[in-house]
Design a binder for this molecule. Structure first.
Ligand code: MOS
Length: 710
């Protein structure tokens, strides 16, 4: 296999030829910086920009924009385009620490940053709540607050009655902290006007939300907005919509008649972009004498902001992990004074599965059953919630193959009985994960050129996950040509609509459209090279026309995971070894085995990377990552890469990845389900279960640190 077949953009990236948003340097570029609120809640009483304006090189200080210049773009989850409804600089209300209060534009970035520090604000501060237990936080029942059918509590049978008659039960509360995705590419944009046309370069997962959101904000036709994002340096959900800085940048660029660039600092990313909110999970599970799971209850509380209800969907996945006879879910939202949280890599599936898979491990232990065996005994081919079949489900294969690769048969059943030669306690843990398979509208245009080259343009954003490689490989294989004869255009509103790429639906949405377009192209060509000029055809991935229309206006639209005839999820099993060092009680993870069921594997190299990345992130969630809130002033105290402890190479041992690799033909003709996010789901539980096996201590919060084991 040639290098280019492994990852088609590898060379471009390694050579620095791949252009990210902040790499764009149009002529006459000016630089912007933000001044931000130092209180968590209240009103701006006075703003003095005179010292900022006096800094040499400062061109403009924007504070409050009127309705005629900038309007809010609306909340992504309420038919809007932004990760939160609040648009800074259009209100004097302060809703979170770090909210922008002024945008400074200057000739160079140093002058802009210096001037931003000299903006003087006085606030009328009000009492604020930053934790979900603060008496000032407001708790709402999700299904009443947001009466949408897909957000209603999942209730199947009488779970509480079933639990009452169970022979073995576990009933416990699991706490998940807030986290930030901290993608390598900071959030930022280069914005300029070409005549009447606004051009936006921004690393994004959702170019169409920027286009249509800005159209709403600025009151201009979306046809006059171009969003260009061929590469995004990590999205993870944090770049899934219009960011609040782009509208003000567009206004500044128009007023000054010059291109303007803004790159948020790392602490600003932590305070101005969405993050994984705090969640708390009460799980009750019960089994009969034979280890058959009778029922589960999952009651979850999730943090949100005062101004938006970021909906929780934890129980959509936990209810599907096993063939529960009965299930009762209940989800509440807790409003605190913070920017609106959002989707961060397996946003509900990771915290939900962490809680449920710890509880199932506790149950296996209480019942004296092997945790792999108990899981296999409770697998199902039918969705417990809808009664429909799964389109494909190879959980048993993932568990069986994973156990074999890991050597699970040699595990000692009793916890805290295994000590290595160096005195470290050794523990082995297992957990499974699932992730919904959604499909979103995608339209592909395939072109054959007379010189034997092929081009395809489609909805999709390359965030490092390898979608460009998966697309190029499919086209090359279908046309029977080397992959270097295929070019792929995506992440650019000039070539396709660019609906949101998230939810691990990128490949399963784009590939079927590309597949359909290329088959059509093959038929049109009839085995001959195009004579005269290029031949182009278009095709969609077959979603209904109204969905295609809605997607074309930049609004979120998706099908699944419940489809007419089946329910679709991707699955995974993780096996983890931990070693708890004797003196320090430091937890090390020398090895992990993960086996995934994602349908057909579209690109082995990028797929295996996705799983390793998910595992690394899961180790971070289990052992390191936690945003520390500042109860005095709001916001987060560890908002830098020095103080927010991400997993580093020294924390990661061996990770072995395998795939079931069986196409899911019910779902789409290419047979792909989706992979990215399921990789992370269950990792933290497998670590926690291994820590219990090593030490006999059950830790029900994350991260698990040495302090928990001293
Ligand atoms: Mo992902 S959290 O769905 O971008």
């Amino acid at each position: 296999m040639s290098g280019s077949r492994a990852r088609v953009d590898a060379r471009e990236k390694v050579m620095g030829a791949a252009l990210f948003a902040a790499d764009r340097v149009p002529d006459g570029l000016l630089h912007a910086a933000l001044a931000t609120a130092t209180v968590d809640r209240g009103r701006i009483a006075a703003l003095d920009t005179s010292r900022a304006e006096a800094v040499p090189g400062v061109r403009l200080v924007l504070t409050r924009l009127g309705e005629d210049e900038l309007r809010p773009a609306g909340f992504l989850m309420a038919d809007g385009f932004a990760f939160q409804s609040l648009q800074p600089l259009t209100t004097d209300r302060i809703a979170y620490r770090g909210q922008p209060v002024a945008l400074v534009v200057a000739d160079d970035p140093v002058a802009a940053a210096h001037a931003a520090e000299l903006v003087e604000a006085r606030y009328d501060a009000e009492p604020h709540a930053v934790t979900i237990d603060d008496p000032g936080a407001t708790v709402v029942l999700q299904q009443e607050a947001i009466p949408l059918p897909f957000l209603a509590d999942i209730v199947v049978g009488d779970a509480d009655a079933e639990l009452a008659r169970a022979d073995v039960t576990v009933d416990a509360v699991y706490e998940h902290p807030a986290q930030n995705s901290a993608p390598m590419e900071l959030i930022g944009a280069v914005v300029h006007w070409r005549g009447d046309t606004l051009v936006v370069h921004e690393g994004t997962q959702n170019a169409s939300s920027i286009r249509y959101g800005l159209a709403r904000q600025l009151g201009i036709d979306a046809e006059r907005i171009e969003v260009v994002s061929p590469y995004t340096g990590g999205g993870f959900g944090q770049k899934n919509s219009l960011q609040p800085h782009i509208g003000p940048l567009a206004v500044a660029a128009r007023r000054l008649g010059r291109p303007v660039k803004l790159v948020l600092s790392r602490p600003q990313v932590f305070h101005q972009a969405s993050f994984r909110p705090v969640s708390r999970h009460r799980i009750a599970v019960g089994a009969d004498r034979d280890g058959r799971l009778l029922a589960a209850v999952h009651e979850a509380d999730q943090q949100t902001s005062r101004h938006d209800l970021f909906p929780a969907m934890f129980t959509d996945v936990t209810s599907r992990l096993y063939g529960f006879g009965a299930f009762r879910g209940r989800q509440r939202l807790v409003q605190t004074d913070v920017q609106t949280p959002g989707y961060m890599r397996a946003p509900f599936e990771h915290p939900g599965a962490w809680a449920m898979e710890c509880a199932v491990d506790e149950l296996a232990n209480a019942a004296g059953r092997d945790p792999v065996e108990l899981r296999l005994a409770n697998d199902t081919t039918q969705d417990p919630v809808t009664g429909r079949p799964f389109s494909s489900r190879y959980v048993a294969e993932c568990l069986t193959r994973g156990a074999e690769l890991f050597g699970w048969g040699k595990r000692r059943p009793e916890p805290a009985t295994w000590t290595a030669a160096d005195g470290a306690q050794v523990g082995w843990g297992v957990a499974i994960g699932a992730y919904p398979v959604a499909t979103t509208p995608a339209v592909a245009r395939a072109v054959a050129y007379p010189d034997g080259r092929f081009g395809v343009e489609v909805d999709g954003h390359e965030m490092g996950q390898g979608i460009r490689s998966a697309i190029a490989l499919l086209v090359a294989d279908l046309m029977g040509v080397p992959v270097d004869r295929v070019s792929v255009g995506l992440g650019d509103t000039r070539v396709a609509a660019q609906h949101l790429t998230a939810g691990s639906w990128g490949t399963s949405s784009a590939l079927p459209a590309v597949h359909a377009a290329v088959l059509k192209l093959r038929e049109t060509l009839g085995g001959r090279a195009p004579a005269g000029g290029p031949v182009a055809v278009s095709a969609s991935n077959g979603l209904p026309q109204p969905m295609l229309e809605r997607a074309r206006t930049g609004l979120v639209t998706l099908a699944g995971p419940v489809y007419d005839d089946f329910v679709a999820f991707s699955f995974i099993a993780h096996f983890v070894e931990v070693r708890v060092e004797a003196g320090t009680r430091r937890i090390r993870v020398p090895r992990v085995v993960s086996v995934a069921d994602c349908g057909r594997v579209a690109s082995h190299v990028t797929a295996a990377s996705q799983v390793r990345g998910g595992v690394v992130w899961g180790l971070g969630a289990a052992l390191r990552e936690r945003l520390e809130v500042d109860e005095r002033y709001g916001g987060f105290v560890n908002a830098t890469l020095e103080e927010y402890p991400l997993t580093v190479n020294a924390d990661v041992g061996r990770i072995d990845v395998e795939f079931v690799d069986r196409p899911d033909r019910l779902l789409n003709p290419v047979g792909v389900k989706g992979l990215g996010e399921v990789s992370l789901v269950g990792v933290a539980a497998a670590v926690a279960n291994a820590v219990f096996h090593a030490t006999g201590r059950r830790v029900r919060h994350l991260p698990i640190t040495l302090a928990d084991l001293l």
